[in-house]
Design a protein around this ligand. Structure first.
Ligand SMILES: Nc1ncnc2c1ncn2[C@@H]1O[C@H](COP(=O)(O)OP(=O)(O)OP(=O)(O)O)[C@@H](O)[C@H]1O
Length: 662
């Protein structure tokens, strides 16, 4: 009924979002339970960022796990399948090895979108694949390409030996080597993630793949581009900068809401979490802790930066990129030696209706994973070897978590706690978040086994299901949902009353003594003392249950009336049928055989007399009936109505009809 259909936000309704009931109201946390971040003053000078960024640094008031102050409540969410960005069959290509001549031919979108199989409650992780072009080094050494893209989101890996069968994988979208950075923004589904982050969802985009496969290139462009301060519209700029531009575009399109953006940037280097916005000279690691309140992991004392303008986000990215650990090895001269997580929290304060303001807490994470590497091939030794081992270990744990999560039936313990990376990605992988995985691969024969590993990894991740939820303050959610429910019930009851012609009026009937909640001025809700707030909630709840009761009563009346109507219409039909039968009979016979007239009161008596006569007729009949006799026409059986008007007119039996004609 009304409650089931209740949605907290209009935009969500239109997208078919589902409602998850607000949890019980919780008391705001104490200041101590919030995570603290270092004050701006103590940090100036420790970072190499420009003045602009420093001026934005502020003490964070955010709660562990993402929500800013107060408890969280949730509302469920939309299906990635509906993403309008995913239209474009013209982009499908049948090119081989990226030989597509047109730009349009460089993106391959599956028409068999796996998400279409999902029900509205659950969403799958969206997985796309990007294949980098041959590097100069590979070209010079005459490396062979072994990937084929037949379209429909498929990637075919040809085996090293001609006798072996090729392996076929399929994904939502495949970006062939000629795909541009802009293509990735348009067709990867990242725009949808950003829209959802603005609506209050927790979203994550992460790049996975072997070392040198193009993860960092996809997220931030070629080495040094971001740090050089190049224009955000430069063709090489990666997904992060492009997403920032789109995020601000979304924000500017919503003048009815007030947005607060906060960004943080960290890296996990050798299993230590380092704040990239404030690494300090000693690069002191931060602790990853579990928050009972938000039921998630968070990084203690992580620095956050208020970002009022687009430039602030650029500055955060630039600063973090300068501070992240990069090294060289045989397979990549600018190899990331750590996993990085850039988070932008989006707090949206919107006026839900005339009297209630509420806020949502969305988030978008960009995760650049360090590449898995075969230490033999990268010739890693010493420090690089230690880094590689840590990278591989954490990726192995991530792989294990993905395998467990994707195995819907046998889901057992998920070892998030086994690495810092999985602790921080737990939220995105496990349930409440919306996740995009960009699997990056190299096209060459020498990378075949790593490529197959990545594609398998991605195929497994594609099976993970999640139920994204909007995070909003519990108190706001509760009041808002009660108000919406009251309105929906009132509208429904009014409709029923009109339909049933029931004359009830709130001012006149038993409902009139009920106290109705007062109209609270916009923006005043927060100023109400706690006792009044509790009273307000109580009033809404009372009104709600009274309306629900009335609703049930009205439905009972309506059901009874519907039943009566059904009986009447059945009787009507029966009578009409009889009328037709009568009209098709010859008139004379009707005159002689009054029991065929449905409106006569005589037939009952006649039929009893007739029965006696028939018995005699049977005795004097010419011959007994035989199985070869044509079947005699039967009249429709009578209904057995409960209505007393039924059953008074008995039609003649088939035998009587036959006898009368003889
Ligand atoms: N799509 C692409 N177009 C052009 N050049 C690319 C593309 N993808 C990757 N490259 C180039 O390939 C090289 C390796 O890419 P990148 O550093 O992004 O790999 P990675 O997967 O991040 O490696 P690692 O895990 O070692 O950090 C870089 O010079 C990068 O510019």
């Amino acid at each position: 009924m009304a409650l089931k259909n209740l949605q907290l936000f209009q935009p969500m309704n239109s997208n078919g979002y589902q409602h998850r009931q607000a949890g019980p109201m919780r008391a705001p946390p104490t200041a101590l339970s919030r995570s603290l971040s270092k004050s701006a003053e103590t940090l100036i000078g420790t970072t190499r960022c420009g003045k602009e960024l420093r001026s934005r640094k502020a003490r964070s008031t955010e709660q562990p796990g993402g929500a800013m102050a107060k408890g969280n409540s949730s509302t469920a969410l939309p299906n990635l399948t509906n993403n309008s960005n995913w239209d474009g069959d013209s982009l499908r290509s049948r090119s081989r090895n990226g030989s597509a001549s047109s730009r349009a031919g460089s993106v391959d979108r599956s028409t068999r979108d796996s998400n279409t199989t999902l029900n509205s409650d659950e969403d799958n992780i969206n997985v796309v694949v990007r294949i980098r072009p041959l590097s100069e080094k590979e070209r010079k050494s005459g490396e062979r390409e072994i990937l084929e893209f037949p379209g429909n989101g498929q990637v075919i890996c040809h085996a090293k030996n001609p006798g072996q069968r090729p392996k076929v994988f399929s994904y939502n979208v495949v970006f062939e080597p000629l795909a541009t950075q802009e293509d990735v923004l348009e067709y990867s589904g990242i725009k949808r993630l950003l829209e959802m982050a603005v609506e209050g969802f927790s979203c994550t985009a992460f790049c996975y793949g072997q070392t040198g496969s193009g993860k960092t290139h996809t997220l931030t462009g070629p080495p040094g581009l971001v740090e050089s301060g190049a224009s955000p519209l430069a063709p090489g700029q990666g997904l992060v900068i492009r997403s920032f531009v789109y995020l601000f575009q979304l924000i500017n399109e919503r003048p009815d809401s007030h947005f607060v953006l906060k960004a943080s940037f960290l890296e996990i280097y050798n299993e230590k979490v380092i704040d990239l916005l404030n690494p300090g000279s000693a690069r002191k690691p931060l602790q990853v802790r579990w928050s009972k309140e938000s039921r998630g992991f968070y990084v203690e004392n992580l620095f956050t930066v208020d970002c009022e303008q687009l430039d602030d986000l650029f500055a955060v990215l630039e600063e973090g990129m300068r501070n992240r650990a990069v090294g060289a090895h045989a397979m990549n001269a600018h190899s990331s030696r750590s996993h990085t997580v850039l988070s932008v929290r989006v707090r949206r304060e919107l006026r839900a209706d005339a009297s209630v303001n509420c806020s949502t807490h969305g988030k978008i994470n960009f995760v650049d994973l360090a590449g898995s590497e075969m230490t033999k091939r990268t010739h890693s030794t010493g420090k690089t070897l230690e880094e590689a081992n840590n990278i591989n270990r954490s990726l192995m744990v991530l792989g294990y978590c993905i395998a467990q999560l994707s195995d819907g039936k046998k889901r057992g313990h998920i070892p998030y706690r086994d690495s810092k990376l999985t602790k921080l990605l737990a939220d995105s992988l496990s349930g409440n978040g919306v996740t995009l995985m960009i699997a990056c691969i190299a096209p060459t024969k020498s990378n075949l086994s790593e490529t197959i590993n990545t594609l398998r990894y991605a195929a497994r991740a594609k099976k993970i299901k999640s139920k994204p939820i909007v995070k909003m303050d519990a108190r706001d959610a509760l009041i808002l949902s009660l108000k919406r429910e009251v309105e929906a019930l009132q509208a429904e009851n009014q409709h029923l009353r009109t339909a049933l012609h029931v004359q009830t009026d709130y001012s006149m009937d038993t409902y009139s003594h009920r106290r109705t909640p007062p109209q609270i001025e916009p923006n005043k809700l927060y100023q109400l003392p706690r006792s009044e707030l509790v009273d307000l909630v109580q009033l809404h709840m009372d009104e709600n249950s009274a309306l629900r009761k009335e609703n049930t009563e009205l439905f009972t009346v309506r059901d009874q009336l519907l039943r009566d109507q059904e009986l009447l219409s059945r009787e009507n039909e029966r009578l009409l049928k009889k009328m037709e039968d009568v009209n098709t009979m010859p008139k004379q016979r009707n005159a002689r055989e009054p029991w065929l007239c449905p409106f006569s009161r005589q037939p009952e008596r006649f039929s009893r007399e007739r029965k006696k006569k028939d018995k005699k007729d049977v005795c004097v009949s010419d011959r007994p009936s035989s199985p070869q006799d044509p079947p005699t026409e039967k009249l429709a059986p009578e209904p057995t109505p409960t209505n007393p008007t039924f059953g008074q007119i008995q039609p003649p039996t088939p035998h009587q009809t036959t006898a009368s004609t003889e």
